[in-house]
Design a protein around this ligand. Sequence first.
Ligand SMILES: [Fe+2]
Length: 274
Amino acid sequence: MLSETLLKNENGPIRLLQITDTHLFAPIEGALLGVPTLYSFQSVVEQVQQRTSDFSAILATGDISQDHTVESYQHFVNGIKPLEKPCYWLPGNHDYKPSMGGVFPSPQIRASEHLLIGKHWQLIILDSQVVGVPHGALSIEQLELLDKALTQYRTRYSLILLHHHPLPAGSAWLDQHQLKDNEHFWNVISKHSNVKGILCGHIHQELDRMINGVRLLATPSTCVQFLPDSDDFALDSQPPGWRTLDLLPNGDIDTEVHRLEHCNFSADVEAGGY
Ligand SMILES: [Fe+2]
């Protein structure tokens, strides 16, 4: 287990920033369904700087690149630099680990599977990528990592990070690309009482649901949004966004989704797929 420690003696609330599904391209004008993804990502970073303070780390929950290039990952490194906080990442279905490995880790971006954060919390950072397909799955090694961290640090509240949503979100076209065989994941979680939250990307929309006492959260992309509760592919006209999470010393999570104000980006809502 690749572990790290952050804010070792912090006893109070800890604020984290989630940025997800940036879908960057090598060309700076590269666009996904009409949205230039580097520019929308940069606008998110600018508004984070103006509107979100005192966060201790950035969580990048996958689909960092859309075109598999080293250059797209370099855009991400350069893009989050102004936030001046450590960034923990995991791969999504669109990511290409050989290119990621050429750029990460960087001084700011950490390759970590496990983070002890403050006195009360741990983050478990899982890789749900199945190479070449949009759906996700967790290997036996990843499930063992999860079980081991939850067992070894049973007195710590736990937030689990993975790219794919581990239960249907309500859109048939997206739910076929969820975490497959997710009963194994839920079985591990049900053995432990210290799991407080699960944080995903992938569905490009806000989700906040309690599942057997565990809070399941997903977050808007920094580029295009998918329309909630739509069985067929459909885009939402909502602006790009991000999420803040306050991990409280009593195990609660205060969280909020933020979206771009004065947004200049509009996705091609007539698009039939991507
Ligand atoms: Fe995505």
